[in-house]
Write a protein that binds this ligand. Structure first.
Ligand SMILES: NC(=O)c1ccc[n+]([C@@H]2O[C@H](COP(=O)([O-])OP(=O)(O)OC[C@H]3O[C@@H](n4cnc5c(N)ncnc54)[C@H](OP(=O)(O)O)[C@@H]3O)[C@@H](O)[C@H]2O)c1
Length: 293
């Protein structure tokens, strides 16, 4: 069957901001969508856009071969699909909810134990804007299941299939969020410092954007170093400790919470202490990785 003549219909279960974006993307691409959500008001909003409502989870599963889940976490998957496990056989569950890799693996096993196929995904989007040019989705699970349904799922965002390990999409997704969360908090702290100092965030932000242009360079440098145990010299660790103190002072002088910078400083200090004890430089990468130093 060619991609053009494939059945173009899907069920979407979970209509938070992300599930709603997915429904819109499918509808915009001409895919028929059946929806179910625990709170029915969100169903009504999607029906107004052209989606078909399912009265029960069983109805949503029965309506299509493929059901996409967009739930808060994997625990919600058991609450939802647990209502209709006898409707899972022969179906394909694509869980695009966030959670830990191990929870994704256990979830995959549970779904398969009820006779359905399973793919896991991590939605690496600019917020819930899945049509943003920077947005894409990591997928993992059996290659043949991904290949069979890639065309149907394509309206959601560009696809990055990573491999057969059911936890893989979550490993990459959570690793990227590991970078994103501190960045977001650091951005809050930096802009609060500017504002509390009586200056303009708007004047500052172009410089923040400009400094971000150096991040790819640092990532390339440190990725090479981290594949070889991490990079450090005692002098650089001490310089970072002193630098963290300047950031803490600049924040606290104007009443901005510097908890985050104290945490950063504690890592530089830990690495300085470990280096002095060992008699050679110990990198923060080695400490975070949990290497015996
Ligand atoms: N929003 C984003 O910007 C974004 C970006 C990337 C990835 N993600 C990930 O995508 C997933 C969905 O995101 P979201 O923002 O739409 O999440 P959300 O606001 O937490 O909503 C998810 C849905 O989960 C349902 N739900 C939660 N617990 C449930 C339970 N025990 N039983 C039944 N339904 C339950 C909610 O139902 P009710 O409506 O009834 O509460 C809602 O429909 C999350 O894993 C999130 O981390 C989100």
């Amino acid at each position: 069957m060619s991609a053009q003549t494939s059945p173009r219909s899907v069920s979407v279960v979970g209509l938070g901001p992300m599930g709603q974006s997915m429904v819109r993307a499918f509808l915009d691409a001409g895919v028929e969508v059946t929806v179910w959500n625990r709170s029915t008001d969100k169903v009504d909003a999607m029906v107004e856009l052209g989606a078909k409502p399912a009265a029960t989870v069983a109805d949503a599963l029965d309506a299509n071969e493929v059901t996409v889940l967009s739930l808060t976490h994997y625990a919600a998957m058991y609450d939802v699909l647990g209502q209709a496990t006898d409707h899972l056989a022969g179906k394909v569950i694509v869980n695009l909810s966030s959670d830990s890799p191990e929870k994704a693996r256990k979830g995959a096993e549970w779904v398969r134990s009820h006779g359905a196929q399973f793919l896991s995904g991590g939605v690496m989007s600019a917020g819930d804007n899945i049509t943003h040019p920077a947005s894409y989705i990591f997928y993992s699970g059996p290659r043949e299941v991904f290949d069979a349904h890639a065309e149907l799922l394509r309206p959601l965002s560009p696809q990055e299939y990573l491999g057969a390990d059911d936890g893989l999409a979550q490993i990459f997704y959570q690793a990227l969020l590991t970078i994103f969360h501190p960045w977001l908090l650091a951005f809050d702290q930096a802009t609060a410092m500017i504002d509390r100092s009586g200056h303009s965030i708007a004047q500052f932000v172009p410089f923040a954007v400009r400094s971000a242009a150096a991040f790819p360079y640092f990532m390339e440098e440190f990725s090479v170093a981290n594949q070889n145990g991490g990079w450090a010299t005692l002098a650089s660790l001490k310089m970072m400790d002193a630098g963290a103190q300047h950031i803490i002072d600049a924040s606290e002088e104007v009443g901005v919470d510097a908890t985050f910078s104290h945490t950063a400083q504690s890592f530089w200090r830990k690495a300085v202490a470990a280096s002095e004890e060992k008699g050679e430089a110990v990198s923060t990468y080695a400490l975070l990785r949990g290497d015996k130093v």
